[in-house]
Design a protein around this ligand. Structure first.
Ligand SMILES: Cc1cc2nc3c(=O)[nH]c(=O)nc-3n(C[C@H](O)[C@H](O)[C@H](O)COP(=O)(O)OP(=O)(O)OC[C@H]3O[C@@H](n4cnc5c(N)ncnc54)[C@H](O)[C@@H]3O)c2cc1C
Length: 309
């Protein structure tokens, strides 16, 4: 049996409060470290007690199953801090820093390069993992390197090493971090200094305004559910099949943007997953295209082959 562990540890905590979809069962153990020492202590505890751990950020791209997650869930959304050099344009941020905060502060400092990020409700760590992007920009455009904790290296609390952008295999909403066990603890970005702060702030506000008027921001969601099957847009394919407004339980294909599934109040993760499958089947039957979810599914059994091909 696991020892009682560091003070921060909590037992059987609902993960619905840790995802923007507001669904998900309990974490067996959950902790929200704010410092590197706390993080090390938690990982050492998990390692000593042979408890598997996983990391989440702001939970804005996650579908967590209704049964919850075994082991330790480390939520890094409070692991915050940043520094910004307005002369060189170098920005360093801890993994839990909200990416919109970084975008707004960079704009105010006259640093160009993150204006697209203002409407993405994730953390710096999540943005690096997902290669988050919008309005023609993405994380890989300005990321220089990440510091990662490698649980498989020597030592109870793992070892920290730096990976430069070229080692991260970035592509559309993809990075090597998605298939590794590495925990991103911080990231460095190179932005372009010397821009007019007012002009940049106008662009960030315009970007945010565009998103809040064209996407269902007032409803719990995870943003776009499916990757775009380039050159086609997932939203257009779904809308073209008349699926806007289709519901399963409390999950609904947004009438505002067809690539969003919203929680209308009492959705379960199963409702959302069933709606994802329904969309995949209808699009495949009509167009022969397999839509791949952009959202990460945690705690579910592996997908049936027909839907992941
Ligand atoms: C309203 C809305 C709009 C959105 N719009 C966009 C958009 O325009 N473009 C876009 O790209 N995305 C968008 N998203 C999706 C989401 O915000 C991004 O994918 C974001 O980068 C996820 O960050 P997160 O911190 O929430 O990560 P989470 O959702 O918590 O996690 C995502 C994945 O990253 C892993 N992870 C998170 N942090 C770490 C870490 N520190 N180390 C290792 N692994 C980690 C998790 O295990 C998981 O696999 C939107 C979401 C919402 C709700």
């Amino acid at each position: 049996m696991a020892d009682s562990g560091p003070d921060l540890l909590r037992c059987q905590v609902s993960l619905a409060d840790y995802t923007t979809w507001r669904v998900g069962g309990p974490a067996e153990w959950l902790a929200e470290p704010t410092t590197a020492d706390q993080l090390s202590e938690l990982i050492a505890w998990a390692s000593q007690n042979k408890i598997p751990w996983r990391v989440i950020g702001a939970g804005s791209n996650l579908l967590i199953c209704d049964e919850g997650l075994p082991g330790l869930t480390l939520c890094l959304r409070k692991f915050q801090g940043m520094s910004m050099d307005s002369t060189t344009g170098l920005v360093e941020a801890l993994a839990g820093e909200p990416i919109p905060t970084l975008a707004r502060r960079a704009a105010r400092a006259g640093l160009h390069g993150l204006e697209w990020a203002v409407g993405i409700p994730g953390t710096v760590g999540g943005a690096a993992v997902m290669n988050a992007g919008a309005q023609g920009g993405c994380t890989a455009d300005c990321l220089v390197s990440v510091d990662v904790l490698d649980p498989n290296s020597d030592g109870e609390a793992g070892m920290v090493r730096t990976l430069i952008k070229e080692e991260l295999d970035f592509s559309y909403r993809h990075s090597l971090l998605q298939t590794s066990e590495l925990m991103v603890i911080s990231a460095r970005f190179q932005l372009t200094p010397g821009h007019d702060p007012q002009e940049l702030s106008k662009i960030t506000s315009g970007n945010l305004n565009h998103r809040t008027t064209t996407q269902p921001y007032q409803w719990p969601s995870c943003g776009s559910v499916f990757r775009n099957p380039e050159p086609q847009k997932a939203g257009q394919l779904i809308e073209g099949l008349g699926l806007k407004g289709r519901r399963i339980g409390g999950a609904e294909i947004s009438p505002i943007h067809a690539n969003f599934i919203v929680n209308t109040g009492d959705a379960s993760a199963e409702d959302i997953l069933n709606l994802i499958h329904l969309v995949q089947e209808e699009v495949h039957d009509s167009h022969g295209i397999t839509l791949h979810p952009e959202v990460k599914q945690l705690g579910f059994p592996p997908e049936p082959l027909a839907l992941t091909a």
